[in-house]
Design a protein around this ligand. Structure first.
Ligand code: GRF
Length: 202
């Protein structure tokens, strides 16, 4: 089977990127990361990509007149690399129309909470402060909203009485590293079907 060509957008440490690269490398998923793009020049994600021999680009939003121009540069890099699925992995920006239109239903994100609860930057802390007893992570397709797109897969973890943000985040992250490759595998195998806003596995 032809390998699915992945482009990963990441702003930070890139542990999800690493789990995706590892799953590709092991042959667990019929895919390969062909390019990594970051909006942060110092992102560890870029280093991880370079170490693995994968093209890594820093695209500085400050050098563009607007977000559309910034995103068009990202689209150009993704298209040059014939990317078929874009994976956001700790990419800390809202995706705009330029990227969304270029990769319609071909952008995934991972979020460290059980959506639609606790979207946004502090999913783990918001869940903890709310007092939920179960949290988890969600892989979803990306739309114009903040963590609002169709849900692909979710995993739960318990919230323990003595948890703090760090311990809960670590428990969730462990599951993220399993869940994201599973979702990518389903996509690569052509097994994800959108029915309205429901994603069914065929
Ligand atoms: C993860 O918790 C992910 O769910 C969220 O941002 C974090 C990124 O971590 N979107 P990493 O950069 O993949 O280590």
């Amino acid at each position: 089977m032809e390998k699915l060509r992945l482009g990963v957008l990441a702003s930070g440490r890139g542990s999800n990127l690493q789990s995706i690269m590892d799953a590709c490398g092991n042959g667990d998923i019929p895919a390969e990361v062909v390019v990594v793009i970051s909006d942060q020049g110092t992102a560890l994600a870029l280093e991880r990509a370079r170490k693995a021999g994968i093209a890594a680009h820093f695209v500085d939003i400050k050098s563009f007149s607007d977000k559309a121009a910034y995103e068009q540069t990202i689209v150009d890099i993704l298209k040059q690399n014939q990317v078929q699925l874009v994976c956001l992995a700790g990419y800390m920006r809202l995706v705009g129309p330029t990227l969304l239109q270029a990769f319609h239903n071909q952008i995934m994100n991972i979020h460290p909470a059980l959506l639609p609860s606790f979207p946004g930057r502090h999913g783990q802390l918001d869940a903890l402060n709310y007092g939920v007893k179960v949290s988890g992570c969600t892989v979803h397709f990306v739309d114009e909203g903040m963590d609002t797109g169709p849900i692909i897969l979710q995993t739960t973890v318990p919230v323990l009485d003595d948890d703090n943000e760090e311990t809960l985040a670590a428990r969730i992250l462990e599951q993220e590293h399993q869940l994201y490759p599973r979702a990518i595998k389903l996509f690569a195998e052509g097994r994800l079907k959108l029915q309205g806003r429901r994603v069914v596995v065929i």
